[in-house]
Design a protein around this ligand. Structure first.
Ligand code: FES
Length: 114
């Protein structure tokens, strides 16, 4: 069951090295986010580049670099660590993606508003 301010999906639907996008209703505003499964852990972030604030994925749900080791912003090429959201290269080095609270409820991923 989905309640406002919460997004749920089966953890198995986001296999290792993959992402999933979602929208959340937070304080009356719709926000876009994504979940990434990387190195054995799940992480959720706002889909908003730390540089100019555009979505990272020009092609929907395409977040990874070609080698699958990092996330990349399609606008100006900022590179982010999937597990920390830290920008390690590009125009916003040292900044971070905004993390969203995420927990596992049995086999279900639950993302909530900040
Ligand atoms: S908006 Fe992402 S690198 Fe510029």
């Amino acid at each position: 069951m989905t309640t406002p301010g919460e997004w749920r999906c089966a953890a198995a639907s986001v296999p290792p090295g993959r992402t999933a996008t979602f929208r959340l209703e937070c304080g009356g505003r719709r926000v876009s986010g994504f979940v990434v499964n990387f190195d054995g852990g799940y992480h959720a972030y706002l889909n908003r580049c730390a540089h100019v604030g555009t979505p990272l994925d020009l092609w929907p749900n395409e977040f990874f670099t070609e080698d699958g080791r990092a996330l990349i912003c399609s606008t100006h090429g900022a590179i982010y660590e999937p597990a920390t959201g830290l920008c390690t290269a590009g125009p916003c080095v040292g900044d971070r993606l905004s993390r969203l609270p995420l927990r596992l409820d049995g086999d279900t991923l639950v993302v909530t508003c900040p």
